[in-house]
Structure formats: structure tokens, C-alpha cells
Design a protein around this ligand. Sequence first.
Ligand code: 5GP
Length: 225
Amino acid sequence: MSKNADDQRNPGTATEPHIARRGLLYIVSSPSGAGKTTLARRVLAADSNIEMSVSVTTRAARPGERDGVDYHFADRAKFESMKDQGDLLEWARVFDNHYGTPRAPVEAAIRSGKDVLFDIDWQGAQQLSEKMPGDVVRVFVLPPSGEVLEDRLKTRAQDPPEIVAKRMAAASSEISHWPEYDYVIVNANIEQSVASALAILSAERLKRARLLGMSDFVRTLQSAL
Ligand code: 5GP
């Protein structure tokens, strides 16, 4: 079997063999204010083999957001042209703005055995599930109560009050999609939620279907017995 990029990056050792693996698409969805962004940042900081998918959006940057880091900020014409050229893996309209996932970085990452983390809504999760069913791992994050959700939206203080009210109203509809996900985390305690998110990642990485190099490894192992 020809060696892929992942093999070359990490050839393994005799005591700890490297077994090539296809990367997975780790999707995290939740209503705004459930703590999904913090959770995603913590997972990225804790694990160097997962990278964030940076979406394209037509919404204006919030204070502190950086172009190319938090989002690729684009006008509507640019967004539509990316869509038309097939450059987006999925896209959706959320709160009057358009959001989409650039295709190329995701495909390159999973080919090389790297995982990709997505902070996208249920519409995006559905589209990725249809397009790449064997690759998605879907996690829904719930707030521990309605009060906590409202508090988090208010103290975030970056959106005007009418946007906060709109997001509270939208939360119930977003939450109704929870049964479409593989895992659910009730985010009452961020440390516990990070531990759960990392446990899910570890287990999913061990799925047989993702371990592309396992047949070769077992064959070599058997030939030595
Ligand atoms: P925000 O404007 O607060 O950053 O994001 C609003 C919502 O859009 C969030 O639920 C977020 O998960 C979702 N979102 C962000 N990027 C994408 C994307 O590329 N695709 C989809 N489908 N949803 C996205």
C-alpha cells in the first residue's frame, strides 16, 4: 500500500506503531449561548490533531473577531460565487446572514489523517451527514437551563438587545434538532463538558472503519506469528 501524508508525518516506532487513519468531522452544534465556542476552543487547545474549520460568513465582524481566524468575512456576491463554484461543502442562512464551510481545507485535512472541528448549525450538520456519512461525529450542546442560556446571551454583551431576544426565540427551534446528533452534552460545568468532548473524540478515533492502515498492520502482525 502506498504511504499517505499521515504515514510520512508520523512513521511510528517499533513499540508504538503508527496506523494510518482517515480524519473525522467533529461537528458541534447548539443554540447561541450554550457555551459551544468555549468548548470548541478548549478542545483545540487540548489536542493538536484537530483543527478548526473556518467558515465564510456574510455577517459583519463582531468586536475582537479576526478575518481568516474566526471567520472569513465576505460580501454576498463573493459568498454566492463560492457556492456556485462548488467551493462550499455546506451552507445555510442563519439569523439573516449566510454561512458556509470552505471545502478544500476539510478534504485536505481528513485525507492526511487530521480531524476537523465544526461550529455549525443543524442545517450544516444535516448536509455534512448526507455528503460524508461515514466521517461525521455529531455533538449537540445544551445549556443546563433557560435561565442560564439567557444570562450567557446577555453577559456576552456584544449583540444589541433585540438580537439577544431573537436568539432566545431561535434557541427552542435549534434545540428541537437534538435527536439528529450522535452525542449530547449538557454544559453545566465547562471542565466536565471538555472532558466529555475529548472522550468522544478519543473513542471515535478508534473506530475500525477509520483505521485505514489496520489491515496492513494486522497482516504484518500475523506474518510474524
Ligand atoms: P454566529 O453568528 O453567532 O457566529 O453564528 C450563528 C450560527 O451560525 C451558529 O449556530 C453557528 O454554529 C452557525 N454557523 C457558523 N458557521 C457556519 C457554517 O459554516 N455553516 C452553518 N451551517 N452554520 C454555521
